[in-house]
Design a protein around this ligand. Structure first.
Ligand code: ZN
Length: 65
């Protein structure tokens, strides 16, 4: 596990191309690959956005049944 972290250190961010410090973050579903701390903020925001869309769709379907 520790070796895994070492291997990942210095990897390039799949979104901004910057060097990822530490293990990085899973960019899915916004980006296919690993992203840095900074880009992960957008990934998290995108995930929240997707959840909101799903909730809105569910609401709409219930109202228009
Ligand atoms: Zn980045």
């Amino acid at each position: 596990m520790y070796q895994d972290v070492l291997k990942k250190d210095g990897e390039k961010c799949a979104r901004c191309g910057g060097t990822i410090k530490g293990y990085g973050h899973n960019g899915s579903p916004l980006i296919n690959g690993r992203v840095c701390d900074k880009c992960n903020v957008d990934v998290v925001a995108f995930r929240m956005h997707m959840i909101n869309i799903k909730e809105a769709l569910k609401d709409w379907e219930e109202k228009n049944r």
